[in-house]
Design a protein around this ligand. Structure first.
Ligand code: GLA
Length: 385
């Protein structure tokens, strides 16, 4: 049965009316990790895993949402007391409603059923997909044109200010603006983006480590603080730098004595990672997959040793992936402390890659990795089939 018919049937179990249908994808980041909140460069692609919504306007200003993933229903009245975060999944949805209204979009009430195939805790942006699909649905029901760059910014704002996670713009941006069969090279300062085609000879393969260490959010915010500290301490020597984006590797090396060693290593990851993304975009554009793969491998070393956001299971999965025949490169993807590994694999070698990595990872850790090859999809939009 087409997705829309299934969603309609489930919608009618909880709500009345004729819904409209929407989708927003999760993402995998090929390279450029933790660079987004440093005004730097990232290169993600939108996945076929996505959040879907069936939504119908209501005559009042109540938003009711039901999740097929956890079976729960929640509601908020936009004309009632100022909505407060509840510390659960609803913050992603209601936080976006709050930010849309604060930005001057008067919303109507809505009944929304959501269902997502993006695995939670896998570093593939399940929360951004939920935010974006709800934001797009609410704007559409209110009869508004959707500017997908503005929507990405407001969803990030919801996550920063309502959920309390100081994430960058990458996840919401790619969920809003992904391009089918392409990765997107994003300048997180100007928000200019450019689709980069994935060469037919290779496939992007994602392997979930199946672990997610709970310290992730606290450590994420600590990494941001180290980057901010680096900028503050380098400013007297380098002048009006705004972010680590403005610091070259030479600048950093010449001024490393101004930085405590830990801060220096955090900054070195960001500065070298930005450089790698620029080189990787050029390599992919020129179909130079060997160079692209080497940059992925170097990115992992930098995340593991300088930024210290990997973990034993992910390192093991990366080592196993890099050792396979037909692999150009592999690295952890996403925020870190577990989650997924992304590899670039020769098209003809994908099947054996998947089978071998799954077996070797199970031997090494006891976890059974979920592994799949991706075909990048478009960003948010109506769901049509
Ligand atoms: C999380 C955040 C993003 C980005 C990545 C790391 O996914 O939401 O903004 O910082 O981590 O690259």
């Amino acid at each position: 049965m087409p997705a829309v018919d299934l969603l309609r049937a489930r919608f009618l179990e909880h709500f009345d009316g004729e819904p409209q249908f929407f989708r927003a994808p999760g993402r995998v980041n090929l390279i450029g990790e933790h660079t987004d909140y440093n005004d730097g460069f990232v290169m993600p692609a939108a996945l076929e895993f996505e959040a879907q919504a069936a939504a119908a306007a209501r005559p009042d200003r109540v938003i009711r949402i039901h999740s097929l993933n956890n079976g729960k229903t929640a509601e908020v009245d936009l004309d009632g007391a100022k909505p407060e975060p509840r510390g659960d999944w609803t913050d992603y949805a209601f936080g976006v409603a709050v930010m849309l209204e604060a930005a001057g979009n008067r919303l109507s009430g809505a009944d929304i059923l959501v269902s997502s195939t993006v695995p939670v805790g896998a570093g593939l942006s399940s929360s951004a997909a939920l935010e974006v699909v709800v934001g797009y649905a609410l704007l559409s029901l209110a009869g508004r044109e959707v500017d997908t760059v503005e929507l990405a910014k407001l969803c990030q704002k919801a996550e920063n200010e309502f959920v309390g996670m100081r994430c960058g713009i990458m996840d919401q941006f790619i969920s809003c603006n992904g391009v089918v069969d392409h990765a997107l090279m994003i300048d997180c300062r100007s928000l200019a983006s450019r689709p980069v085609p994935i060469d037919q000879r290779a496939r992007i393969v994602v392997a979930n480590s199946m672990v997610h260490h709970a310290l992730a959010d606290g450590e994420y915010n600590k990494r941001r603080q180290s980057c901010e500290e680096g900028v503050r301490l380098l400013r007297p020597a380098l002048g009006e730098i705004r972010a680590l984006r403005d610091v070259s590797f030479e600048d950093l090396e010449e001024n490393r004595d101004f930085l405590p060693d830990l801060t220096y290593r955090r900054c070195r990851h960001i500065v070298t990672e930005n450089e790698r993304v620029l080189q990787a975009a050029e390599a992919l554009q020129n179909a130079d997959l060997d160079t692209f793969g080497r940059l992925m491998n170097a990115s992992h070393v930098s995340m593991r040793d300088d930024y210290e956001i990997s973990c034993a299971e992910v390192d093991s999965l990366v080592d196993i992936a890099q050792a396979q025949k037909g692999v150009f490169g592999a690295r952890m993807t996403g925020g870190g402390f577990g989650g997924s590994v992304v590899a670039l694999v020769e098209s003809g070698a994908v099947e054996s890659f998947i089978a071998n990595v799954r077996a070797a990872y199970q031997d090494a850790t006891g976890h059974i990795s979920e592994i799949f090859a991706c075909a990048p999809k478009n960003g948010v939009g109506p769901l049509t089939d």
